[in-house]
Structures are given as C-alpha cells and as structure tokens.
Design a protein around this ligand. Structure first.
Ligand SMILES: Cc1cc2nc3c(=O)[nH]c(=O)nc-3n(C[C@H](O)[C@H](O)[C@H](O)COP(=O)(O)OP(=O)(O)OC[C@H]3O[C@@H](n4cnc5c(N)ncnc54)[C@H](O)[C@@H]3O)c2cc1C
Length: 252
C-alpha cells in the first residue's frame, strides 16, 4: 500500500493493505526491494523521493498498452510448435498452445494465444483498441488470422469454429522503448541506502522483457550481496543532465 520512510529518507517499512482494504501491518527488513512495474513505482514513490532526480527520471519511462487474446478452436490448425513472430500489423506474436504448452496440449483442438499490439494510436495502431469491446478485438483478430491461415480460418466462421475466447487488456505493460529511453533507466542501486530496484525497466542490457526482468533481479541481488559482504558496488547510475536541468528550471 505504501513505502513508509524515516526522517533521513531511508525506508522504514512497507505498509501492506489489510484484507478489508485498510492499512495493514508494516513489514520491516534490513533491505527493501521493489520489483513493481515502473508506472506503479512512480505512484508509490514517497513524496520526498520525487524531488530526487534519480526517481524523477522515472517519468521518462511509460508503460504501453498490450492486449492478450486467447482463442479456442474446434479443430487442430497447422501452426508450428513454437512462438511465431507474425507478419500481421495487429498481431505481434502468437503460439498454438495446444502444441507449444504441456498444460494446453491437445491433438484435436488448437488454442491460440496472441499478443494484439500495437493497440494504441501513440504506439502506431489505427485506433485505441484498449477502449474497444472484446467482440471487436476478436473480430479484428480473426480477420488477421484469415490472412495467416487462409486454408483453415475464415473471419465469417465458415471454416474453423471458435468455441470460446478471452481478452486480457494490460493498459500499462512494458515501458515504451521509443528512441532515447535507455539513458533514463535507473540502476538497481538507488540513492536510498536500504532500497534497491528490480524490474525489466531498470538498467541492464535487455529491453523490457522476461530476460530483462530476470537479469535485473540478479543485479539487484548482487547489490545487496556486495553491500552485505562489504564489497564495492557498481554505484548509482548517473542521472541524465536533462532531468536535473529540467528540475532546476521548475525550481527557479
Ligand atoms: C501480453 C504480454 C505479452 C508479453 N510477451 C512477452 C514475450 O513473449 N517475451 C518477453 O520476454 N516478454 C513478454 N512480455 C513482457 C514481460 O511480461 C515483462 O517484461 C516481464 O513480465 C516484466 O517482469 P517484471 O518482473 O519487471 O514485472 P512484472 O512481471 O510486471 O511484475 C511486477 C509485479 O509487481 C506486482 N505489483 C504491482 N503493483 C504492486 C503493488 N502496489 N505492490 C506490490 N506488488 C505490486 C504485480 O502484481 C507483479 O507481480 C509480455 C507482456 C505482456 C503484457
């Protein structure tokens, strides 16, 4: 629910939310790690931290919307047993989970999971798909699938029949990797002595991705282990001068 802090700005504890939605217990520890997405971290940032360029640079990183579409068909499609990068402008990647994933395995019926993106005008889509109805999103997906599976799927349902569907909208997903963002990605080590960041948006060699998330966790653990062992750390990544100078203009 909140990051509570001491007068010296170090973390006092993480306040949890009680089952009734009211403030719950305060969790206290030697070191605190945030693995929250960047947009949530911005919201949870204690007010005094917002004045620090290290945390205010997070405003340069913003999650993009993504939609995940799940389609259950009445027959097996001839889709490869792997994740496929699609040539459709609306469907970035998809997989036939009935082949690629043990939990959905079936020799009779396909279950496609598709990433519907870009889905906002800012990200390059023709409309704001996040605001569209699930039915409109499925209809647009089937039109694209008609082109990808011309012998098996027709948008009018005359070939493979759709048994059921699910649409999952994520309004803030990975940070938008538009040009110039990398310099604003914060190090795992922060200026707050007992607070460390993890998450795909933090500074490491991968973009926002599963690999980036895992590597960021390892780097966060390294900061904590090095400090505990009294070893030198990599240090806090310098904040780009444009953040600091923008702040001094606001302050003036
Ligand atoms: C539809 C979709 C498809 C994707 N496909 C791929 C792909 O094919 N390959 C790939 O590499 N990446 C893919 N990604 C991106 C990948 O999922 C992310 O890069 C990765 O999950 C980021 O990991 P993370 O640990 O940084 O953050 P997250 O996985 O977002 O974890 C953040 C955690 O913080 C928690 N949290 C949120 N608010 C709070 C709070 N107030 N207090 C405490 N906890 C909180 C959340 O519940 C969540 O568990 C996809 C993402 C989406 C949405």
């Amino acid at each position: 629910k909140a990051i509570e802090f001491n007068p010296d700005n170090s973390v006092k504890g993480f306040r949890l939310t009680g089952a009734d939605g009211k403030p719950g217990p305060l969790v206290e520890a030697d070191v605190y790690v945030s693995a929250m997405p960047v947009d949530i971290m911005k919201l949870m940032c204690p007010d005094p931290w917002r004045q620090m360029p290290f945390f205010s640079q997070l405003s340069e990183l913003e999650g993009i919307p993504v939609i995940n579409v799940h389609l259950w068909f009445d027959r097996k499609l001839t889709a490869p047993d792997s994740l496929v990068f699609s040539r459709s402008p609306l469907l970035s990647v998809y997989a036939d989970m009935s082949s690629a994933c043990k939990e959905y395995y079936s020799e009779e019926r396909s279950m496609l999971e598709l990433v519907f993106a870009p889905c906002s005008v800012a990200a390059g889509a023709d409309r704001n798909w996040i605001a569209a109805s699930d039915e409109d999103i499925v209809e647009a997906t089937l039109k694209e699938l008609e082109r990808l599976f011309p012998l098996e799927i027709a948008a009018d349902g005359s070939m493979a029949k759709l048994r059921k569907f699910a649409v999952v909208k994520t309004p803030r997903s990975v940070y938008a990797a538009i040009p110039g963002r990398n310099k604003f990605r914060p190090s795992q080590e922060t200026p707050v002595g007992n607070f460390v960041l993890a998450g795909d948006y933090t500074s490491q060699k991968f973009l926002g991705s599963m690999e980036g998330a895992v590597l960021s966790g390892k780097l966060a653990a390294e900061v904590i282990a090095d400090r505990a062992a009294g070893h030198p750390t990599q240090g806090v990544k310098a904040v780009h001068p444009s953040v600091a100078s923008a702040e001094s203009v606001v302050a003036a």
